[in-house]
Design a protein around this ligand. Structure first.
Ligand code: SF4
Length: 515
């Protein structure tokens, strides 16, 4: 059963930049870690493997403030976010980071988190940030399990290793079916929706129980079935029902989250308004404070207005708007990942341009947003948004494909045409590597967002103009994932290869790594 939703995985999280994998992912790992400790923390240490992505990027990508905000229980959008590290220090919580070989390092975004509570309690967690702000806690103390923050989890800590009978005895006492993991000294239950029993209801000492911890989710809960699991299924549904691609996706999300179509429309519009604010903020140089580059989006817009650019026009303005959103993202402003932080400029750049320059009605705007989401869902279902796993093609490539579908939908194109435009946009970024200069999200990320925004319009024109695409989106996504997995680690967000290894890239002087 796929566990993928638009608001959990595609248009979100609403976050501080620069990176969804590193910043928002670290924040969510911090939130879940604090919930699993279930006591006021005194000391927290994160350890990254030297071969992984975090080792080179955790400072420039703002892992420290993200983790600090999570431990303080602050939202990422909290206006105090920039002072989270100092506030954590002032509260007497020690937060430290180190890079050393990890015993488990089978994912580039692996982190070991050691926590100590004020009551002396200790926990050791193994976690991964798996792209677009999604996370996995895959080991707690000595027990392999899987917490994603998408369900309500219940952890039962024992004072001795679990025995065969514990699962049934403890499960019966909790009114729950068998645990999904039971090894070492931890049992992991996933209570069904509506389960009400509280840990305090359990008889003390039963089955060697030391502590029962309810780990509340950090995502929307699933309440229904996924309506489709591939682009082919979405297309078949749309054609059978005489619906647009956007309408099918709107129904998917409403059914999956157990909400009304009106509710999901309001939510997607709210997220879009965050995107447009990120564009507006980034067009004002006074709001921009990046590490490697000065702002340029406002200058590009002004020169376009004054007719000073050799080409100029709508595509250039879409590109400049995309860059503006990335300016905000890299200034640690609030953005909506779409689908990631590093690619959070493409959708705002394109859809804001459609809204302003094609004068879209709210209905058409919604259709464009939902059509973009359809393509994002296909990526989330079949591949990944983690550039650490599959390169920039699953970040910028995915965002560009989503945007191309939005342009077609807004023009009244068919579901097949929207998916074809997405497919060729992706074909054009096949093999794109992740090579962030100095581990930040500025170079080449800004110009790639800009190019993908302009390319989305071009791909829509090509398909609506008559280009017949023979490669379905599902196959293009599968090919992207296969290509991405074959990339060497130097080209998957380690800042060790690609343009990041150019002498001029290495010699750039960052303004600050921490503010
Ligand atoms: S190069 Fe692409 S994938 Fe890598 S951080 Fe930049 S935008 Fe993200």
């Amino acid at each position: 059963m796929p566990f993928v939703s638009v608001f959990n995985d595609v248009l979100g999280p609403v976050m501080r930049g620069p990176s969804s994998s590193h910043t928002a992912g670290a924040y969510r790992i911090g939130l879940l870690a604090a919930r699993i400790l279930d006591a006021p923390p005194r000391r927290v240490r994160c350890t990254f493997d030297p071969e992984g992505s975090f080792a080179a990027t955790y400072l420039p990508l703002g892992v420290e403030p993200a983790f600090a905000a999570a431990l303080l229980g602050w939202e990422m959008t909290d206006p105090r976010y920039e002072s989270a590290v100092e506030a954590l220090e002032a509260s007497g919580i020690e937060l430290g980071f180190s890079v050393e070989p990890l015993e488990i390092a089978d994912h580039p975004n692996e982190v070991r988190v050691d926590l100590e509570g004020r009551d002396g309690r200790r926990r050791r967690l193994w976690a991964r940030s798996v792209g677009g702000g999604c996370v996995e806690i895959h080991r707690v103390d000595d027990t392999d399990l899987m917490l994603t923050g998408k369900e309500r989890d219940l952890l039962v800590f024992l004072s001795r290793p679990a025995r065969a009978a514990d699962s049934e005895v403890i499960g019966r006492a909790l009114g729950l079916p068998e645990p999904v993991a039971a090894a070492g000294k931890v049992l992991h239950f996933v209570p069904p929706p509506g389960w009400k029993a509280l840990p305090g209801d359990i008889a003390p000492g039963l089955g060697g129980i030391e502590r029962v911890v309810a780990v509340e989710p950090v995502f929307h809960l699933r309440k229904g079935e996924a309506l489709f699991t591939s682009a082919a299924e979405a297309l078949a549904l749309a054609e059978a029902g005489g619906m647009s691609l956007g309408e099918v996706t709107r129904r998917y999300e409403a059914q999956f989250l157990g909400e009304t179509p009106a509710w999901v429309d309001r939510e997607i519009l709210a997220r879009y308004r965050i995107m447009t604010r990120s564009v507006e903020a980034g067009l004002d140089d006074a709001n921009v404070a990046m590490t490697l580059r000065a702002p340029s989006a406002s200058s590009i817009m002004r020169k376009d207005r004054e007719g000073l650019l050799p080409t100029g026009g709508k595509l250039t303005r879409a590109a400049a708007r995309a860059m503006a959103a990335l300016h905000t993202c890299n200034s640690r402003g609030v953005v909506c990942a779409a689908p990631t932080g590093g690619s959070s400029g493409v959708i705002p750049g394109v859809i804001r341009t459609l809204e302003e320059e094609h004068h879209l009605s709210e209905t058409d705007l919604l259709r464009a947003l939902w059509a973009a989401s359809a393509v994002g869902l296909v990526f989330a279902l079949r591949a990944t948004f983690a550039a650490e796993v599959a390169g920039c093609q699953v970040e910028i490539g995915a965002a560009g494909a989503m945007a191309a579908a939005a342009v077609v939908e807004s023009a009244g194109g068919s579901p097949a045409a929207a998916l074809d435009a997405a497919s060729i946009a992706l074909q054009n970024t096949m093999g794109s590597v992740c090579d962030p200069v100095q581990g930040g999200c500025e170079i080449p990320c800004h110009t790639r967002n800009a190019a993908a925004a302009a390319n989305a319009f071009l791909c829509a024109d090509l398909v609506l103009g008559g280009y017949a695409n023979p490669i379905p989106l599902d196959e293009a996504v599968d090919a992207s994932l296969a290509v991405g997995r074959s990339l060497p680690r130097e080209l998957r967000c380690t800042a060790l290869g690609g343009i990041a290894s150019a002498p001029s890239a290495r010699s750039l002087q960052p303004r600050s790594l921490r503010s």
